[in-house]
Design a protein around this ligand. Structure first.
Ligand code: DC
Length: 253
């Protein structure tokens, strides 16, 4: 393997299955480092919602692909103080919460398996990643979107732990579902994400696997922050980052 470059980590990929806590950890890490946080799952969710709104069947590959190539998805800093991490707009309409609906959950794995949908989304994601100083979260970030990311993390947890977390998240948002339904839907999503032909979910060969089945969010974040500090310390010419000290971004956004 080539030697690491002579500068601190600027690009971090976090991949893993649904409900592993990628968005909590990704956002926490990005805030700690002063980096941009970008959750690519919202783009696949927005395309899925767009199809449902237009009464396009999620398995109509041609129509959904065409939609993905033409729809305008914007991910912006939060505009409303209601617990959101960002604002997602679909052709100008605020869909931040609508993309979390169970009907979107049920259809998004079908939509995100279409190669043309992925191509359209990956092109936009690579543009966003170009400037660095970011934490990008998804399923194929370390393998496809940023194969040369400075640090790749694969965040994993047991199916039951992930379903339980998602169940409690839905409950706290006032959209409760039964635990059994959440578990079934998550299992189906895992199967589709793992088995699809284009960019299946899998850790990049050089990813650090972090299993957070038995860790809470604070412990997991501390583990990941320590990992960044360790990896920065191992880069030649880079000063060790004491835990809790943010890495200054190289350029402002
Ligand atoms: O992370 P999430 O649950 O919001 O992702 C929603 C779906 O989008 C998930 O089932 C798989 C898909 N996805 C993907 O295929 N590639 C990504 N980079 C991110 C998400």
């Amino acid at each position: 393997m080539a030697d690491p470059p002579n500068r601190p980590i600027r690009t971090i990929a976090i991949d893993g299955p649904a409900g592993a806590g990628k968005s909590t950890i990704g956002l926490g890490l990005a805030k700690h480092l002063g980096f941009l946080y970008f959750d690519t799952g919202v783009m696949y969710r927005a395309v899925t919602l767009a199809a449902l709104q237009r009464q396009i069947a999620p398995d109509d590959e041609d129509a959904v692909s065409q939609l993905a190539e033409n729809v305008l998805i914007e991910v912006l800093p939060p505009r409303v103080d209601d617990g959101r991490q960002y604002t997602v707009r679909l052709d100008g309409q605020d869909v931040t919460w609508a993309i979390r609906r169970p009907d979107v959950d049920a259809a998004v794995s079908v939509v995100s398996a279409f190669p043309r949908v992925r191509q359209a989304m990956v092109a936009q994601q690579r543009r966003i990643a170009r400037d660095g100083n970011l934490v990008m979260v998804g399923r194929d970030i370390g393998t496809v979107v940023m194969p040369d990311a400075d640090l790749k993390i694969y965040l994993d947890a047991s199916l039951e732990a992930r379903a339980w977390r998602r169940y409690r998240e839905l409950e706290s948002r006032g959209t409760p579902s039964s635990y059994a339904d959440v578990l079934t839907s998550m299992k189906q999503r895992d199967e589709l994400d793992l088995s699809r032909a284009t960019s299946p979910l899998r850790p990049a060969p050089d990813a650090f696997i972090v299993d957070c089945t038995h860790m809470d969010a604070d412990e997991t974040l501390a583990r990941v922050i320590a990992l960044v500090a360790e990896q920065n310390a191992a880069r030649p010419g880079t000063q060790a980052q004491p835990a809790g000290v943010a890495v200054a971004p190289e350029n402002d956004r």
